[in-house]
Design a protein around this ligand. Structure first.
Ligand SMILES: Cc1cc2nc3c(=O)[nH]c(=O)nc-3n(C[C@H](O)[C@H](O)[C@H](O)COP(=O)(O)OP(=O)(O)OC[C@H]3O[C@@H](n4cnc5c(N)ncnc54)[C@H](O)[C@@H]3O)c2cc1C
Length: 566
């Protein structure tokens, strides 16, 4: 393919310069809190610590949200199924957080109506689920979406005409929130950075520094560009927020008193027009609950929940999980969904706290924060929705370890009302989208989706795009703009095609060719920011494609070539 010129892009190298400065700060400044792990929990702890006026830093071995925090069902929810486990406290807390998160980041999180079809014996089915849904409302769900509604069979089919009618008794409509999990974690990290925190990706913690049996910092390895340079970071408190990596006995910070039990979950990405429904859905089949989460142009269908003891880096969806999800959908919906319909897949590992029994379905979604005898603070378990509470509890425990007997009184967390970068109320975001479309000649949908990803900072992204002549879409039928590549490198810590196509944009799941057609152009735009020569660009593109096909494809189907025989 002949490459289009990187029109108007001045090779800047600025992101590399900024990273060098951040590494210098890590090596030379003493910190109050050093957080290891850039998932939502680590990013949340970073923002929490910074909001209390602490000097805080975060190191992440690869990219922000590369682990579980970009592989969720993308729901901010109370979790209806935890009601059946009688975990009312967890549901109430998660629903209170849902309300807060909707205020803190209206650009990244939106409330969606979800349909729960009632299938089964006439009276008992309806009474059981009505009672559960009423309890969900009472525990807090009614605050944002109002009380749930009962629908007749006809009203249910009006919304989702493909539901099988045998034993259909109607439906319940309720609300939960949908988010972009990777971008949300990034926004939390960026908000902390704007307030003075240091964040360095491709910086792996290799071990702890101890003096007199007390942790005084961590040894960090700069792993960018295959590098091996090491540095020592001194910090009064160190937090292990490494999620499922803590389950690996060979991990650098392993050996904690809490046992983490990884539970694997997979998702399918399917084009929206393949399943006719105006609302998302929660369907129940024996032994499992499956979500059909509405996503722009697509459905996310998941999830499975099974114990896992393989490698924790970059898990992939297995053929058995894919078939299990297809079977669940086809059992409730008359859509004949098959492997050919799957645009992409992804899998993730829940960092659950091990129960004495050992099942991952019953393992607690509650979190635990412990201070080890050497002072290291570990946080584990929980769910995305409750990250802010986990972060607050983590920093409280760290401060107690530093001798503050009652941090919630002396240095309280300030994140409950701290809006994330780019946040504004919906009407303001809507006006911005109209304004950007008019000012820059963008299609309405492109301007809206730019604002959905960047919030109020979309104005700066568009201005950069206008100045560099990069307001063109990156891919046909998708709204992402070329300028978002340079923006991601300069402001969002992106250092590879995978950072951009899998997490800053979610295109690697949504393009059946795993973004092969646009990867060279992304490599060119990113290379201009990171000083890559032509050879390096080609290697980065090849490396990205090999990984993307392995990680996000459909087993048995080669990207863009249809089924293969195994
Ligand atoms: C399939 C699935 C669906 C889910 N759906 C939902 C949902 O809809 N709603 C919800 O609320 N929750 C959901 N969850 C749960 C939620 O996604 C997780 O609880 C949350 O993302 C965990 O975040 P974390 O920060 O603890 O871990 P992670 O996101 O995995 O972060 C840990 C980070 O530590 C880094 N790291 C590891 N070792 C080192 C080291 N030595 N040095 C530096 N960095 C290191 C890793 O690279 C990683 O980025 C789901 C989970 C799964 C698996």
């Amino acid at each position: 393919m002949t490459e289009a010129p990187a029109v108007g892009t001045t090779p800047t190298g600025a992101p590399l310069e900024r990273r060098r400065r951040d590494l210098d700060a890590l090596a030379n400044e003493p910190f109050d809190v050093l957080i290891v792990g850039g998932g939502i929990v680590g990013c949340g702890a970073l923002l929490d610590a910074t909001s209390r006026g602490l000097r805080a830093a975060l190191v992440e071995r690869e990219d922000i949200a590369v682990g579980t925090s970009s592989r969720s069902s993308r729901l901010i929810h109370g979790g209806l199924r935890y009601l059946e486990q009688l975990r009312f406290g967890l549901v109430r807390e998660a629903l209170a957080e849902r309300a807060r998160i909707l205020r803190l980041a209206p650009h990244l999180v939106r409330l969606e109506p979800l349909l729960f079809p009632l299938i089964g014996r006439p009276i008992t089915t309806r009474a059981f689920y009505e009672a559960g849904m009423t309890l969900y409302d009472i525990l807090g769900a009614r605050r944002d979406g109002g009380w749930h509604r009962h629908l007749s069979v006809a009203e249910t089919l009006e919304r989702s005409p493909a539901i099988r009618t045998e034993k259909l008794r109607g439906g319940l409509v309720f609300h939960d929130a949908v988010e972009d999990d990777a971008r949300y974690a990034l926004a939390v990290a960026r908000t902390a950075r704007e307030a003075g925190a240091v964040v360095v990706t491709r910086a792996q913690a290799d071990g702890l520094m101890e003096e007199d049996g007390r942790v005084v910092g961590a040894r960090i390895r700069d792993v960018a560009n295959g590098g091996t340079s090491a540095l020592e970071v001194r910090s009064r408190a160190v937090v292990d927020a490494t999620g499922v990596w803590a389950a690996d006995p060979t991990a650098p910070l392993s050996g904690g008193s809490t046992r983490i039990l990884p539970s694997r979950g997979a998702h399918l990405v399917v084009r929206r027009d393949r399943i006719p429904s105006t609302v998302g859905m929660t369907i129940r089949v024996p032994g499992k609950v499956v979500f059909l989460v509405p996503w722009p142009g697509h459905w996310l269908i998941g999830t499975t929940d099974a114990p896992y003891d393989g490698p924790v880096d970059r898990p992939t969806a297995g053929a058995d999980e894919i078939d299990e999800l297809l079977a669940a959908v086809n059992r409730v919906l008359d859509v004949g969904l098959g492997r050919d319909d799957i645009v992409g897949t992804y899998a993730g590992l829940r960092p659950l706290i091990a129960p004495s029994g050992g099942s991952t379905v019953t393992a607690s979604r509650e979190h635990r924060v412990v201070r080890e005898s050497n002072g290291l603070v570990r946080v584990g378990g929980g769910k995305y929705t409750t990250y802010r509470v986990m972060a607050r509890d983590t920093v409280d425990v760290a401060l107690v370890g530093l001798g503050d007997a009652s941090p919630s009184a002396s240095r309280p967390s300030r994140t409950a009302n701290l809006r994330l970068i780019g946040a504004a109320d919906r009407p303001e975001l809507d006006r911005l989208a109209v304004d950007l479309a008019a000012r820059h000649g963008l299609a309405g949908s492109a301007a809206r989706s730019l604002v959905d990803r960047h919030g109020t900072t979309a104005a700066e992204v568009a201005a950069l795009g206008a100045a560099s002549d990069q307001l063109r879409p990156l891919a046909p039928d998708h709204d992402h703009l070329e300028v978002e590549v340079a923006w991601a490198a300069r402001h969002e810590l992106a250092m590879s095609l995978d950072d951009i196509l899998a997490r800053r944009m979610r295109l690697v799941h949504e393009l059946k060719d795993r973004a092969a057609a646009i990867a060279p152009r992304v490599g060119q735009l990113l290379g201009a920011e990171l000083d890559w020569d032509a050879d390096r660009r080609r290697r980065e593109v090849d490396h990205f494609l090999a990984g993307a096909r392995r990680e996000f494809g459909v087993p048995g189907i080669v990207a863009g070539h249809g089924p293969v025989s195994d």
